[in-house]
Design a protein around this ligand. Structure first.
Ligand SMILES: Nc1ncnc2c1ncn2[C@@H]1O[C@H](COP(=O)(O)OP(=O)(O)O)[C@@H](O)[C@H]1O
Ligand SMILES: [Mg+2]
Length: 327
């Protein structure tokens, strides 16, 4: 956090606070979004993309509306279209049908106007780590934008410290481990303190400690700087830690819809239909409900522990009931 403070004094994040934006999720519950912003940072409408070999990726099932300060997860099975969606948001692909708007621009036409405000980590970080040393790679954007050398050094050193990669500064990126490469790519994405972070499967290849560090960092950025987060993952157990709203992609039906995290955890059937393994807590509490226990699915392990303790205390644990057959 200390390493973040000097950056935030250089580039204060300012959002327009006027009207209220609300997002009505699949189950009709209002998830408050936008903290009063005039319009979403990211919008899509009837989006579809067809690759040159004819593979059609349908993202039109439910339009995206992502507001400033949102923490949004995009989940879906392999091949559901998460990376395609992100490439469309970044203007690296142009929609075959429908439209995309990011920070008020069409990214396919105007990405240069918004690129300084967006931090990106692609699923395959090999594509984005290009400089001969780690320090040169992380400092690429501030150097490229012509910042004074002392600002380049301060920003780069601060973000490298935050991501605990200072010891790698003179290393050749090519020889780094997968997790180290991902942290270098993240440092490059964060160095200009973007207001929008688009991270495609950022937890792949990270050990548990680095993953927890990254989750804590993303939440600090969101809380303290108002950074909007769009993160794809197929680790549903991480969803409550990194997001408030979740878009589910189903390879067959496109974007199924947006859910509040609490509601998503009740949707084990829908997730299975989308070929996504439900979070372990959804499975456990779904099973308990089937066995007659009246318990809502919690979204964190500590909530689960409290719910179970309450059930045991109230005598509803049915521990004496051994009659339910095993599946
Ligand atoms: N360059 C490409 N050419 C043809 N098909 C592609 C290409 N890239 C991705 N696809 C296909 O598009 C679909 C969506 O892929 P992708 O967006 O990578 O899914 P995800 O990131 O959810 O795993 C898949 O069927 C995949 O095979
Ligand atoms: Mg992908």
């Amino acid at each position: 956090m200390d390493a973040l403070t000097p950056i935030s004094t250089i580039f204060p994040t300012i959002f327009p606070f006027f009207l209220c934006g609300y997002y009505n999720d699949k189950n009709g519950r209002d998830c408050i979004q936008g903290f009063g912003a005039v319009q979403p940072l990211v919008k899509t409408h009837n989006l579809q993309y067809t690759y040159a070999d004819g593979t059609k990726v349908d993202l039109a099932g439910c339009d995206l509306a992502i507001w400033p300060r949102d923490r949004v997860a995009v989940v879906g099975a392999n091949g559901a279209g998460k990376s395609t969606l992100f490439l469309l948001l970044l203007g690296m692909l142009r929609p075959s049908e429908g439209s995309v708007e990011v920070l008020g621009h069409d990214p396919g036409a105007d990405f240069t106007k918004i690129r300084q405000r967006i931090g990106v980590v692609l699923q395959n970080v090999e594509y984005q780590i290009l400089a001969p040393t780690v320090w040169e790679d992380v400092s690429f954007s501030p150097r490229n934008y012509g910042l004074p050398a002392e600002d380049v050094a301060r920003l780069t050193d601060a973000v490298m410290e935050t991501l605990r990669i200072t010891h790698l500064r003179d290393k050749v990126p090519h020889y780094l481990s997968a997790g180290e490469k991902r942290r270098v790519a993240l440092a490059g994405a964060l160095v200009m303190q973007p207001e929008l972070l688009v991270l495609d499967e950022p937890f792949e290849g990270l050990d548990p400690a680095s993953r927890d560090d990254l989750i804590a960092l993303l939440n600090t950025l969101n809380r303290e700087r108002g950074t909007t987060l769009i993160v794809s993952t197929h680790h549903l157990d991480l969803i409550p830690e990194i997001s408030d709203g979740v878009y589910v992609l189903d390879g067959q039906r496109g974007i199924v819809c947006r859910y509040c995290v609490e509601d998503l955890f009740e949707q084990d059937e829908m997730l299975r239909e989308a070929n996504v393994s439900p979070p372990i807590l959804s499975e456990l509490f779904g099973e308990l409900r089937q066995r007659g226990v009246n318990a809502k699915t919690p979204v964190t392990v500590s909530q689960a522990a409290e719910n179970l303790m309450a059930l045991i205390r109230d005598g509803n644990g049915r521990s004496e009931d051994n009659s339910t057959p095993s599946p």
